[in-house]
Design a protein around this ligand. Structure first.
Ligand code: SF4
Ligand code: SF4
Length: 217
């Protein structure tokens, strides 16, 4: 086996030297291109300003995007969400302002992301609802974990949880702010501005409540 060592000193390089391209002073300084770019920016700026001042700006949502500059000035201008869009959750209320939720855990069981946490409580002795239903002492949704599948809404037998708020979660800057507790969830109205739902509810103690009918017969 040959024991060869590389020679010391600079390596010999072979190749063909390439001549530096000759560029003019205007190209080397970039100034004409910078001026050209600023000119385009200013042209759009004045065009947008004129259209906004004279109300000529077309609505990129309602009037299409064929003409002019089409940007949505959020949050002043918002794209309308489709009617079936799933916004952040809300807990619907009864006439007296209490949650419709009966803490049955159907929604948290159906939730594939396991982001609903419910702690059920019993109504006090003497309350007609005691023995028929419970209430959520704690109802928490982690909106960051939620995949907005809507299964919880489908699973609920009481129309107590909905995703018809029409709003998406705000861009908070910490994970804790996406943990929506019961009071936050009950604070969101539906798109119609109401905290109630159109579905009727038969309260325990009322003649129409099926639980009482079953006892009578
Ligand atoms: S929308 Fe889906 S993921 Fe989100 S809380 Fe409901 S069931 Fe869970
Ligand atoms: S929101 Fe509906 S499904 Fe979930 S615990 Fe309450 S009543 Fe049950």
């Amino acid at each position: 086996m040959k024991n060869e060592t590389a020679p010391l000193g600079p390596k010999k390089v072979t190749g063909v030297p390439v001549a530096r391209p000759q560029r003019s002073a205007s190209v080397q300084t970039y100034i004409p291109e910078v001026v050209k770019g600023l000119g385009i920016t200013m042209k759009h700026f004045f065009q947008n300003t004129k259209e906004m001042a004279f109300g000529q700006r077309n609505d990129p949502v309602l009037e299409g995007i064929e003409d002019g500059i089409n940007t949505v000035s959020y949050p002043e201008q918002k794209r309308p969400y489709p009617a079936r869009s799933r916004g952040v959750h809300r807990l619907t209320q009864r006439e007296d302002g209490s949650p419709r939720c009966v803490a049955c855990l159907c929604c948290s069981t159906a939730c594939p992301a396991q982001c609903i946490h419910i702690e059920a409580g019993e109504y006090p002795v003497g309350d007609p609802r005691r023995g028929y239903e419970r209430f959520p002492q704690r109802f928490v949704i982690d909106e960051l974990r939620c995949i907005f599948c809507g299964f919880c809404v489908e699973a609920c037998p009481c129309d107590a949880i909905r995703m018809d708020t029409g709003v998406h979660a705000a861009p908070y800057d910490s994970r804790e702010q996406f943990i929506f507790e019961k009071d936050v969830l009950m604070g969101f109205p539906g798109r119609d501005g109401s905290h109630l739902t159109a579905n009727p509810r038969h309260e325990p103690g009322e003649g129409s409540h099926p639980g009482l009918d079953r006892e009578k017969h």
